[in-house]
Write a protein that binds this ligand. Structure first.
Ligand code: C5P
Length: 232
């Protein structure tokens, strides 16, 4: 069983690279950011007020707890069809809305919420691990902000994927570096808030940093494949 943990800031291309890596090896793929986004989406749907500087921690935690324990939430770890659903409704698109993007950090910044999600993420990883005995060679790629440090610090491969801020901003908006980015989400602002609760701006001990600012997507993937091959 190979566990690949990939952390990094917004706009670095983590999801695309992680998904492609999982497909390459036939591994499962866990997008932990999608889980936090789904929680924010659910809170907004339940009418929880996230438009305040500090949302009510108790209300948010209870709402998120009910989302998981009430069996409303589901996620597919199939890299060919990754999806997130709530009560059977596919919300994979909805969780990418700018409304969710601007509110997600308020939910992910609440420690009891993180504890619920960290436990759920470890359970998904363990579930894939338990399949190992049957197939003799499975693995999982899990990506987020705290996978290399908190969720799976003992993963066989641990990577911090990073890129210069202007490159990440441009990738996020699909524009060239230096373009105006009208209406674009300010990824730097989200990173600043996220960095208060998770450590993804510098690599922890034993974590390999890949700065892909000047790499093509294929070069990023090749570099990741090289690291996984070395671990197999
Ligand atoms: O990866 P993505 O940009 O979709 O993540 C959305 C948000 O989820 C992040 O901005 C962060 O607030 C939160 N997150 C987190 N810990 C993770 C993954 C994501 O706090 N492991």
């Amino acid at each position: 069983m190979i566990r690949v943990a990939i952390d990094g800031p917004a706009g670095v291309g983590k999801s695309s690279a992680s998904k492609a890596l999982a497909k390459y090896y036939g591994f499962a793929y866990l997008d932990t950011g999608a889980m936090y986004r789904a929680c924010a989406w659910w809170c907004l749907k339940q009418g929880v007020d996230l438009d305040v500087d500090e949302p009510d921690e108790r209300v948010v935690t209870e709402t998120v707890g009910e989302f998981f324990t009430g069996d409303h939430f589901d996620i597919s770890v199939d890299p060919d069809h990754p999806s997130v659903s709530a009560d059977g409704e596919d919300i994979s698109e909805a969780i990418r809305s700018s409304e969710v993007s601007t509110h997600v950090s308020k939910v992910s910044g609440i420690i009891p919420v993180r504890n619920v999600l960290i436990a759920a993420q470890r359970a998904y990883i363990a579930r894939e691990e338990s399949k190992d005995s049957f197939s003799g060679g499975l693995g999982i790629v899990a990506e987020g902000r705290d996978i290399t440090t908190v969720v799976a610090p003992d993963a066989e491969v641990r990577v911090l994927l990073t890129a210069r801020e202007e490159v990440r901003q441009a990738r996020r908006t699909g524009q060239s570096v230096g373009a105006a980015g009208v209406g674009a989400e300010d990824v730097a602002a989200r990173d600043r808030i996220d960095a208060k609760t998770t450590s993804f701006l510098t690599a922890a001990d034993g974590v390999t940093t890949i700065d892909n600012s000047d790499m093509t997507f294929e070069q990023t993937l090749d570099t990741l494949v090289g690291l996984v091959d070395d671990a197999i």
